[in-house]
Write a protein of this length. Sequence first.
Length: 275
Amino acid sequence: MEPIATGPSSAASAPLAGAPLTDGGVAGPAPALADLLDGMPRQRHATVPACDPAPTPADTRPALRVPRLWRLLPTPTGTPFTFSYGAVLAVTSTVAAMADPGLVHTLYQNSSTDVAHLVRTPVLVLLASALWIAGGVLSPYALAFVLVLTALERRIGGVRAACVFLAGHVLATLATEVPVGLAVLFGHLPPTSLHRLDYGISFGVAAGTGALAGLLSPWLRWPVLALATGLLLNDLIAFEDPMTNWGHLIALAIGVGGWPLVRRRRLPAVSPVPL
């Protein structure tokens, strides 16, 4: 048996190799163990915290919002009203372009919202006249329909966008045709004015443009409204079809007058496109 050291000699045992010495020459605790509490079992070994580099300040500049151009076009799920209505207009425009001119003229005449048809079948002709595009798919109103109605429906929903379009189409038609009927009744216009050809989507598009302007930011609202008004006034000054041109201005005013309605409980914007 080896002798067992007793008394003070046990406390003065030889220091571990590599252990630092204190001022009195006695080995002190290792740095990694210096922060451990005496008598506390199962303590984790202390580690020296690494010096992390100072965090760089985050870039607070707003990210550049790139417009998603595909949102300018109607989609079956995003804008069902504009998409389905546009598909119908594409079909009727194809028929008008490929069918016999005599047949096309007959279709236009039977769909016309003139005074004679409005007196006999008002609901039928008001709906049928909105199935055609004057000038076909190459008309500026075809492009305006796609852009304006898509942007309007994305902001206020399909039901209210349809109501805006229908209000412009119906009210502007009545505002232009009723005076014609009264003028014929009092002898200021010939009876042939009761059968003037009047069809197309232009009144609804003008009303949609006026309503959409109310949903834009002010720096974009007034230029758009001024541009639309200027184009319509230029057509009126040309005096090629004054009744229809007055109808466009009336429809635009109807859209502007509907700002309180389209702004009420407005849907959250889902598109970053500044329309």
